[in-house]
Design a protein around this ligand. Structure first.
Ligand SMILES: *[C@@H]1O[C@H](CO)[C@@H](O)[C@H](O)[C@H]1NC(C)=O
Ligand SMILES: *[C@@H]1O[C@H](CO)[C@@H](O)[C@H](O)[C@H]1NC(C)=O
Ligand SMILES: *[C@@H]1O[C@H](CO)[C@@H](O)[C@H](O)[C@H]1NC(C)=O
Ligand SMILES: *[C@@H]1O[C@H](CO)[C@@H](O)[C@H](O)[C@H]1NC(C)=O
Ligand SMILES: *[C@@H]1O[C@H](CO)[C@@H](O)[C@H](O)[C@H]1NC(C)=O
Ligand SMILES: *[C@@H]1O[C@H](CO)[C@@H](O)[C@H](O)[C@H]1NC(C)=O
Ligand SMILES: *[C@@H]1O[C@H](CO)[C@@H](O)[C@H](O)[C@H]1NC(C)=O
Ligand SMILES: *[C@@H]1O[C@H](CO)[C@@H](O)[C@H](O)[C@H]1NC(C)=O
Ligand SMILES: *[C@@H]1O[C@H](CO)[C@@H](O)[C@H](O)[C@H]1NC(C)=O
Ligand SMILES: *[C@@H]1O[C@H](CO)[C@@H](O)[C@H](O)[C@H]1NC(C)=O
Ligand SMILES: *[C@@H]1O[C@H](CO)[C@@H](O)[C@H](O)[C@H]1NC(C)=O
Ligand SMILES: *[C@@H]1O[C@H](CO)[C@@H](O)[C@H](O)[C@H]1NC(C)=O
Length: 434
């Protein structure tokens, strides 16, 4: 714009859905409006990497629909389940201030929504603005049930950085050729690591570096890592960008050519385009950072950044660090600092009210079937077990361990296997309830 050559920046991805305008926002004249959404949970046949499978989606879309609001708005989402699976939706990163019932983790704040049931999530976005996302919060349904949740600043409040020309949302995710529910079920039964995914995706598509992957579309850079478990490196060939916000919190801007984004994390970047449109296009790549012992999906997801002039030219590839480059990750995370301006201060509590002792474990086969689960967690020496009522309702009743079953109407989930572990963990451990 202005004196510089007019460059039409498009980001061509092997993908879908692009929202260049925000009609919902345009119609919101003042802060504090209520935005209504309807999520129909339904099965949909989706094809990637030449594999077609029926999967759980919201409104038949993968990734799911985008939620847009302004800071101060109330969001009301009516979720109706048309699938056999139990499900609940978590608004990842939203601070649920006195709206715990809308947080979404199954068996923590609510019973899962069962077939033909409806649940209304109702919460207000307070003191947050930026990129967040929503996803399913039970088992591994988050593999296919996720979407962006964009919170614009209040009306009349600008970004604490230069106004971008356009905004683009990029959701990194994972694709499993197999049913992801079968994958986690198998892992929980064997105690081994779950089978890894077959591809990393950009807005639901694996990109050209995988066999049998095509489907070009255009986009606008709000990065969301909706992968299930993988920390990802992200880079764009021949471009640097400025990180300005992480997890709906502004950060001190810094320039980088490489990003590290963990599962569940979001990052907003300002992409600097070339002053003169190059006759080239540029890969955006996402690949894992991994140092553990288990298996992981060691493949590379890709999108393409293309200038108007670069339709049939060379495509450059960025250099990503080695898979185990911990020093690179440490360097990156050290740069993340709160904006801490007068408008966006950081009020970190200076004293701790309570200290927590956490202990988690995981063990491999062979274990007798009855002493499952093979993985578990203890807090303050209390073993956390799946309960018949959501924990939030137990909390409301002062965590009374003799709390009656089915208080919230959930059908008991605890099997004999869970009951068994109770008896073997007596002693120094205590069990919250069964
Ligand atoms: C998915 O495809 C199968 C086989 O073609 C078909 O029977 C089924 O109805 C389809 N499911 C949906 C939700 O379209
Ligand atoms: C859900 O509703 C449909 C249509 O009313 C009905 O056919 C089906 O049996 C119901 N399923 C369950 C599990 O309630
Ligand atoms: C959402 O919650 C507010 C405050 O509790 C309430 O006034 C409003 O009626 C609720 N809306 C819906 C659709 O449940
Ligand atoms: C927008 O900001 C201007 C200048 O700060 C102020 O005069 C005006 O009242 C504000 N408008 C709204 C709707 O808040
Ligand atoms: C996991 O991978 C193994 C080995 O490839 C395969 O035999 C098994 O069927 C896979 N499990 C699922 C649930 O896809
Ligand atoms: C694509 O297919 C070719 C030929 O079958 C194979 O050599 C190559 O490893 C495959 N690439 C990926 C990313 O799967
Ligand atoms: C991209 O970067 C490569 C390697 O640094 C360089 O050789 C190439 O000229 C650059 N291309 C463009 C269009 O900037
Ligand atoms: C991951 O794949 C890259 C090449 O695609 C290879 O160089 C590297 O050794 C692999 N790493 C692991 C841990 O499998
Ligand atoms: C693309 O290819 C066509 C035909 O080969 C050629 O005429 C055109 O100049 C090329 N465009 C670019 C931007 O390289
Ligand atoms: C990363 O892995 C390579 C190959 O396994 C090894 O040589 C190197 O020491 C590792 N680097 C770090 C930082 O762990
Ligand atoms: C990490 O940052 C330090 C200081 O800026 C630099 O000297 C070092 O090369 C960086 N290491 C990596 C692996 O980026
Ligand atoms: C759904 O949840 C209920 C109550 O927790 C449970 O009885 C039922 O088996 C679950 N259904 C599925 C398909 O997991």
């Amino acid at each position: 714009m202005g004196a510089s050559p007019e460059i039409l920046l498009t980001i061509l991805l092997f993908a879908m859905s692009c929202v260049w305008a925000f009609p919902e926002v345009a119609s919101a004249k003042h802060a504090g409006i209520t935005r209504h959404y309807k999520f129909n949970i339904k099965l949909k046949n989706v094809t990637r990497l030449c594999h077609t499978k029926s999967m759980v989606t919201v409104n038949g879309r993968f990734p799911g629909p985008r939620i847009v609001a302004r800071e101060g708005d109330r969001v009301v989402v009516k979720v109706v389940s048309h699938v056999p699976n139990n499900i609940s939706i978590h608004w990842h990163g939203i601070r649920q201030l006195q709206s715990g019932w809308a947080d979404g983790p199954s068996y923590i704040t609510q019973c899962p929504i069962q077939t033909n049931q409806t649940y209304v999530y109702n919460f207000t976005i307070t003191g947050q603005r930026g990129t967040l996302f929503w996803h399913a919060h039970i088992s591994w349904l988050r593999a296919s049930v996720y979407g962006s949740l964009i919170v614009f600043p209040k009306h009349n409040v600008s970004y604490p950085f230069a106004k971008p020309h356009k905004e683009v949302t990029i959701m990194l995710g994972e694709w499993f050729n197999a049913d992801s529910e079968a994958v986690i079920r198998q892992a929980l039964q064997t105690g081994g690591g779950p089978n890894v995914s077959d591809a990393y995706t950009f807005n639901g598509f694996p990109g050209p570096l995988y066999n049998c992957s095509a489907n070009r579309k255009t986009y606008l850079l709000r990065l969301i890592n909706a992968a299930l478990n993988d920390e990802l490196f992200f880079s764009i060939a021949n471009h640097t960008f400025t990180v300005v916000e992480v997890d709906a919190t502004y950060v001190k801007p810094f320039e980088t050519s490489l990003l590290v984004i963990t599962p569940g994390q979001t990052t907003n970047i300002l992409l600097k385009t070339k002053p003169i449109a190059p006759n080239a296009s540029f890969y955006m790549l996402a690949r894992p950072y991994f140092t553990g012992q288990g298996t992981f999906d060691n493949t590379t997801g890709a999108g393409i950044l293309e200038y108007e002039t670069s339709s049939n030219s060379t495509t450059f590839t960025p250099t990503l660090p080695p898979i185990n480059a911990t020093n690179v990750v440490a360097n990156f995370t050290r740069k993340l600092r709160s904006l801490a301006s007068s408008q966006f201060p950081v009020n970190v509590p200076q004293t701790a009210d309570k200290k927590y002792f956490l202990h988690s474990w995981s063990r491999k086969q062979p274990v007798p079937e009855k002493i499952r689960p093979v993985k578990g967690l203890m807090v303050q020496n209390f073993q956390l077990l799946l309960t018949t009522s959501p924990w939030l309702s137990l909390h409301q009743h002062s965590f009374n361990p003799i709390f009656s079953k089915n208080q919230m109407g959930c059908t008991p989930l605890i099997s004999q296997a869970f009951l068994s572990i109770h008896s073997i963990t007596q002693g120094p451990h205590r069990t919250i309830l069964l």
